[in-house]
Design a protein around this ligand. Structure first.
Ligand code: HAM
Length: 425
């Protein structure tokens, strides 16, 4: 039997209903915040990610799915969404009338060791806001993630924030990291030795060396901020407090992608039993990414969240989402000869906005009643020879079992009234 590739999964049943519910919630929420939906390709030129995310990051050095296509182009399945959205911003000159605020969903691909909360194909929802260097927009971005978790009823979450400063602060900070790690160089893994010269910041998120003594107390970016960057961070904190968002400052938060400047943040699930991969969402500001990709200078800030981890958090917190969506009507034909009329009525009801199904497996009456119960149908519409001749139908409230015969032309009015009555009660 052919099986799905390692690190991938099929989504169906309750999980797929929950995901659809969450997407619907996101669409509504993002409309309120005035973000526009954007879709970019699932594969892009490999160079986009090398330059965008950074050549020394784990994502680019170890985790991308790369291939050469039939036209000899180096292509990569996107490991994240930000680089593609910024490429689109530049290529389509969307930067001409800033500000622009976008959101997206989609599959991302990283060749990582699969475990609970970590897949090779995973599904992200992300947002990117372009054009403003006011920390109020950073606070808006963080507030969107927090509001979504609140709307879903998640209680045990923790918002971590930190600042990496502007590009010149980063240079000073990187020098401090080099001075600090120099005496430990022999103890570090070969990757970190390479990172030491090229990008010492990436030593901080090394998965191999994380237990090494020298990782306990390395220099922190907050101690190397210029006055301008400190002021930006102070303003961000004020804005978060103003929006009543609780946060903690986590000076060791650096994030695993190279494009960040100033704000970085992550939201963690602090639920017992969630496991160690508990980062629900991560993001930050990336003011130099557009120019790194040969675009104009353009401020940007955003986040992405993994939908698998979100579904897991909902499951572990035992949150019941309102996904139970019963049928309004199941249309039953007593004999084969009734099927044509059954199909006409089914179509008529669907055109009029009801959620309706009927039998396509040739079930007998008993079987049709059974399947209607399985779909939790509110009403049954029953048609037999007698009803066809009289142009009537039998309609049965599937809960009270009350049955009535009505004229066919009264059906829509009747159902509209009773279904609205059910919704109200
Ligand atoms: P990231 O931290 O790499 O950031 O990923 C964001 C979220 O995606 C993580 O917090 C996690 O929930 C989920 N995630 C990442 N890798 C996996 C995986 N292998 N399996 C399951 N879930 C995963 C970014 O992707 C940035 N583009 C975020 C961003 C947007 N920054 C600014 N704008």
């Amino acid at each position: 039997m052919i099986q799905k590739p390692k690190g991938t999964y099929d989504l169906f049943g309750i999980d797929s209903k929950e995901l659809k519910y969450i997407e619907h919630l996101i669409d509504n929420l993002l409309e309120k915040y005035n973000y526009e939906y954007i879709r970019t390709p699932i594969f892009e030129a490999s160079e986009l990610f090398h330059r965008g995310i950074g050549d020394t990051t784990d994502i680019v050095t170890k985790e991308t799915y790369d291939f050469v296509d039939k036209g000899n182009r180096n292509i990569t399945l996107r490991p994240e969404g930000t680089a593609g959205v910024v490429r689109s911003l530049i290529e389509n000159k969307l930067y001409i009338d800033l500000p622009k605020k976008y959101y997206y969903y989609g599959p991302m691909f990283r060749y990582e060791r699969p475990q609970s909360g970590r897949n090779r194909e995973f599904y992200q929802f992300g947002i990117e806001a372009f054009g403003s260097n006011d920390p109020r927009i950073d606070a808006e971005v963080i507030s969107i993630a927090v509001t979504l978790y609140q709307l879903l009823g998640l209680k045990e979450i923790k918002v971590n924030i930190n600042s990496l400063g502007n590009p010149s602060d980063r240079l000073v900070y990187k020098e401090a990291l080099k001075n600090y790690f120099k005496p430990y160089l022999d103890e570090l893994c070969p990757d970190c030795k390479n990172r030491f010269d090229k990008n010492p910041l990436r030593i901080l998120d090394c998965k191999f060396d994380s237990e090494n003594e020298c990782m306990k107390n390395p220099p922190r970016s907050l101690d190397y901020l210029s006055l301008e960057s400190k002021t930006f961070f102070e303003e961000l904190k004020k804005n978060l407090t103003n929006l009543k968002i609780e946060y903690v400052i986590n000076p060791s938060l650096v994030r695993g992608l190279d494009y960040y400047t100033h704000t970085v943040f992550e939201v963690e699930a602090k639920i017992e039993g969630f496991g160690s991969l508990n980062t629900l969402c991560g993001g930050g500001r990336y003011d130099s990414l557009s120019s790194t990709l040969d675009g104009p200078d353009c401020y940007g800030v955003g986040f992405a969240m993994g939908m698998e981890r979100l579904l897991k958090a909902i499951d572990i917190e035992k949150i019941i989402l309102p996904i139970d969506d019963p049928l309004d009507v199941f249309v039953i034909g007593i004999t084969k000869e009734d099927k044509e009329v059954v199909d006409n009525i089914t179509q008529l009801l669907r055109y009029n906005g009801f959620k309706v199904d009927t039998d396509y497996l040739g079930r007998n009456i008993k079987g049709q009643f059974k399947i209607a119960d399985r779909y939790n149908s509110k009403y049954l519409v029953i048609i037999g020879e007698e009803e066809r001749n009289k142009k009537t139908i039998k309609i049965k409230n599937n809960k009270t079992k009350e049955e009535k015969e009505i004229k066919l032309e009264e059906l829509i009015n009747y159902l509209t009234k009773v279904i609205i009555w059910i919704m109200k009660n």
